[in-house]
Design a protein. Structure first.
Lengths: 328, 563
């Protein structure tokens, strides 16, 4: 009897935290928005993970405070073993996290780098041209010792292997739940797998193995790589701190890779983008950044220029958090 | 392409329904629909079928003039919104189960069952929904028929959508349901499988108990004669309740067609009504009643609220008795204690004179399960249900060390259990962890020094920690009372209080977070599982001592990773 549907009369339960590497999450561009008021929303990855909540970790790579009308908010990056970054925000409506955020910010600004673990909820932003930018809104976080981070690497490696196995099991199967179930795709991955296969074109899943191998090697071998990651004199950090270098930390996100030499002045690009935006609410932050990146400027340079135009030159305003207009 | 080829698929479908119709005429009809009425052949199919059915004198439903309400016509359930009304959709009827229900004090015949959209496609392209028939459309909703529903509405309850077929709804039969019910649901299923879901089933099982019973109507309007009993097969057993007399005996092997599985508390039960067919069945290889009674003994780990007729063996851990005066002024004694088996532990309550010693092994028959503080506990009513075993069925269990290891996912998907050990990663530290105030009367937590039942109170301070643990697939709340909290923190309640008064509660929670977030823990305790999710009340919590290297090696081995 196929009567499973008769029993699903439960309220939405808490979503479990998906163990996911930065590379898989930042490659994803398929949001699944909940229909009802309390329905959870998800980011569906290429391997079929349905991410509403995730647990992730890495070395703090970027951390900054932005002052809004109703209080500060924070943006940051954690870089994990795949080399990718987990972008996170702490919103102004999360004052309970601000004290801890300030403490971490002070350490970061003093040049300290540390491993962090974070639980976050998936969020995304869609640019005017349809690009999807994924990130997390932090729920809880803390600084951790290396073994805690390595434990996450191992768990995330296993979770990624499980999704890779499910993905390869799905290859010879029809894209419906019965077929995927009999092909051996675990129940919790079936819905995401169906959506992923209907959305993403073919890709090479091997690239996701790199993170797995790195994660497992770190647990099994010496931990020198992690030491490198958290040492402030590490090469990557240096690059990242120099504003005009098109540095590797961002390169996993293709939209951030400058396509050519910068054209013109970054401020002109920003002002043009804001001026030409058709939206009455203003142009979203990430759209401006995208325009700059496409014009050949680095994300860091663009972000600083936006702040400069807003806070110092006062040519643009941010009437609503994340949305910009020209100040006439 | 000639018209003959172009319409071949549709023509074949029409021929299936109207065997005497002429192929040339059918083709011509489709051509006419397409060229003259601009209706493509697929959309014209039903009209053409109806035309030839009418021509051949087959019975068909007359269609009354369309009403002026705005109708929503859809092909798939997925196109429907949660409050759509006056919907038109074509569906296949899978099941139709009539039942009498009290509606506003009136006894009404209603029916429910399953329908599937996309009825002209194969089964795997269909979506299945529940429906309720409030309008006595039973004649037109025979299982295996394809019908057009008009004027039906979508009902949403607990995030689940279903179709209401109302009094004013119209049901048009597009394809008669035959006696040939889809093989999928015609085949009897095992009791184990039948117990998984509520709904309509066929069973092949032996009656292992049967007795008449009476249900007294709550409104005092009289009583109903019913029958209760138990079916068993090699996969398990299940209680049944019959609203009609059972003309079979204990020990009979029977084939049951068209029974309903419904849940009583947490336990599935077979409902038999006048639509259910029960006939004797012959199969010499089917397990005997002796084998089945043996095979259906339960372990503590499998107990669920509402279970009856349980046969089980337990080891006594402790035993007490207490007396009380009941509402009729009688002095009564109730005895109870903690008992264990290799799958877990629970409480046993006895309403009879028995006084076992710790370490005794008891064999129980006909025991039932009741919930006490969220855990399923065994109850026996008569001394003849209990025998004290002289031979130990297992090597004596040490109660101090008896924690049954269970995966977090299994724990979340099973019933409430005592004496379990599980592990997970802490993914949340609740901000209400720390010092709380309890009502001195009922121990309930005070809100602003007020108890919900006892009003303003001078609270009694207590310490607790609340977490969420998670394994990436399932999660559970984790609650630590005072002693396990003190041990976990390495701080006494006084020290916690001191700390909070000096640096604030948020600072304390932040410190707990820094110590525990993202760490894997091993928990001994008991679980409470209901439709809201799972909660673990911990007796002790420790950080997992398995090294990352060992875990990584297991992963490498299990997934065949080449490093």
């Amino acid at each position: 009897m196929g009567g499973a549907s008769m029993m699903n009369q439960t309220r939405a339960r808490r979503q479990s935290a998906i163990r996911i590497f930065a590379q898989e999450y930042s490659d994803a561009n398929l949001p699944l928005e909940g229909v009802g008021e309390y329905d959870p929303s998800f980011i569906i990855t290429k391997l079929g993970a349905k991410v509403n909540r995730a647990i992730f970790g890495g070395v703090i790579d970027r951390f900054e405070r932005r002052e809004g009308d109703n209080g500060p908010n924070y943006n940051g990056h954690l870089r994990d073993a795949t080399g990718g970054i987990h972008r996170f925000q702490i919103a102004q409506f999360q004052p309970e996290l601000h004290a801890d955020a300030e403490e971490l910010l002070a350490r970061f600004e003093s040049g300290d780098r540390y491993l962090m673990m974070m639980i976050g909820r998936a969020r995304w932003f869609e640019s005017d041209d349809g690009g999807i930018f994924t990130s997390f809104r932090a729920e809880e976080f803390c600084i951790v010792e290396r073994p805690v981070y390595v434990n996450w690497l191992v768990e995330t490696s296993e979770a990624t292997l499980r999704r890779l196995a499910a993905y390869s099991a799905s290859l010879g199967s029809d894209n419906n739940s019965e077929a995927l179930k009999s092909a051996g795709v675990p129940l919790d991955l079936i819905e995401g797998m169906i959506l992923a296969k209907g959305h993403y074109s073919d890709f090479d899943p091997e690239s996701y193995k790199v993170g797995v191998l790195q994660g497992l090697s770190m647990a099994l071998n010496s931990n020198s790589e992690i030491d490198n990651m958290i040492s402030p004199s590490g090469n990557d950090i240096e690059k990242d701190n120099s504003l005009n270098t098109f540095s590797s930390p961002e390169s996993e996100n293709k939209s951030d890779v400058p396509k050519s030499e910068p054209k013109g002045d970054v401020e002109d690009v920003i002002l043009n983008a804001v001026r030409n935006s058709s939206s009455p609410d203003g142009i979203p932050y990430d759209s401006i950044v995208l325009s700059c990146v496409e014009a050949g400027f680095s994300r860091e340079l663009s972000e600083d220029a936006i702040e400069d135009l807003r806070d110092i030159k006062c040519q643009i305003i941010e009437p609503r958090f994340g949305f910009f207009q020209i100040l006439d | 392409m000639s018209d003959d080829d172009k319409y071949a698929t549709q023509v074949a479908l029409v021929k299936e329904e109207c065997k005497d119709a002429d192929v040339g005429e059918i083709t011509e009809e489709f051509r006419r629909y397409e060229n003259e009425f601009l209706i493509p052949p697929n959309d014209a199919l039903r009209s053409v079928i109806r035309k030839f059915q009418a021509a051949s004198g087959q019975e068909m439903t007359t269609i009354s003039p369309t009403q002026t309400r705005i109708e929503k016509k859809v092909d798939r359930f997925s196109d429907l919104g949660s409050d759509d009304k006056n919907v038109t959709i074509e569906v296949a009827v899978v099941t139709y189960v009539p039942r009498v229900q009290m509606v506003r004090g009136e006894e009404k015949q209603i029916a429910f069952g399953w329908i599937e959209d996309n009825p002209w496609e194969s089964n795997d392209k269909r979506e299945r929904w529940d429906f309720k028939d409030w309008g006595a459309h039973s004649e037109n909703l025979a299982p295996n028929s394809v019908v057009r529903l008009e004027g039906v509405s979508v009902n949403e309850w607990n995030d689940k959508r279903s179709i209401n077929i109302n009094r004013g709804s119209r049901v048009t039969v597009l394809r008669e349901g035959g006696p040939a019910v889809p093989t999928l649901s015609d085949e009897p299923v095992t009791i184990e499988k039948a117990s998984e879901n509520e709904g309509y089933v066929n069973l092949l099982a032996r009656i292992i108990s049967l007795k008449p019973d009476i249900i007294v109507k709550k409104d005092g309007s009289g009583s109903l004669d019913i029958f209760r009993g138990t079916f068993a097969d090699s996969s398990g057993k299940i209680s049944f309740l019959s609203w009609v007399p059972i003309n079979h005996e204990v020990g009979d092997l029977v084939k049951v067609e068209g029974a309903m599985i419904r849940k009583f508390r947490e336990t599935p039960e077979v409902n038999i009504n006048d639509r259910t067919k029960i006939e004797k069945y012959h199969d010499n290889n089917f397990a005997s009643i002796e084998e089945l009674s043996k095979a259906t003994t339960s372990k503590i780990g499998d107990l669920r609220n509402g279970m009856k007729d349980i046969i089980t063996t337990v080891q006594v851990e402790s035993w007490q008795s207490r007396s009380f005066t009941n509402s009729e002024g009688e002095e009564k004694i109730v005895r109870s204690g903690d008992v264990m088996d290799p799958t877990g532990r629970c409480r046993l309550t006895a309403w009879c004179d028995m006084n076992p010693k710790p370490g005794d092994f008891l064999h129980l028959t006909g025991a039932r399960v009741q919930f006490w503080q969220g855990s399923p506990d065994l109850v026996v009513d008569n001394i003849d249900q209990i025998s004290n075993l002289t031979d130990a069925p297992w090597e004596a269990i040490d109660p101090e060390q008896h924690w049954v290891e269970i995966e977090l996912s299994d724990l979340v998907n099973s019933g409430s259990r005592r004496g379990i050990k599980t592990r997970g990663t802490i993914v949340a530290v609740r901000p209400d962890s720390g010092i709380i105030e309890r009502c001195p009367e009922c121990r309930r937590i005070l809100r602003d020094s007020n108890c919900l039942d006892h009003g303003a109170q001078h609270g009694v301070e207590d310490l607790r920690l609340k977490f969420v643990i998670d394994n990436g697939i399932h999660n559970a709340s984790l609650i630590l009372a005072k002693e396990p909290s003190e041990e976990f923190l390495g701080m006494s309640q006084e020290m916690v209080k001191e700390k909070i008064s000096q640096r604030g509660k948020e600072d304390f929670v932040s410190e707990v977070r820094g110590k525990s977030l993202a760490r894997k823990v091993v928990i001994n305790g008991r679980s409470l599982v209901d439709e809201q999710g799972a909660m673990i009340l911990a007796e002790d919590v420790n950080f997992d001592s398995v090294s990352n290297e060992d875990t990584a090696n297991i992963v490498v081995k299990e997934w065949g990773v080449l490093l």
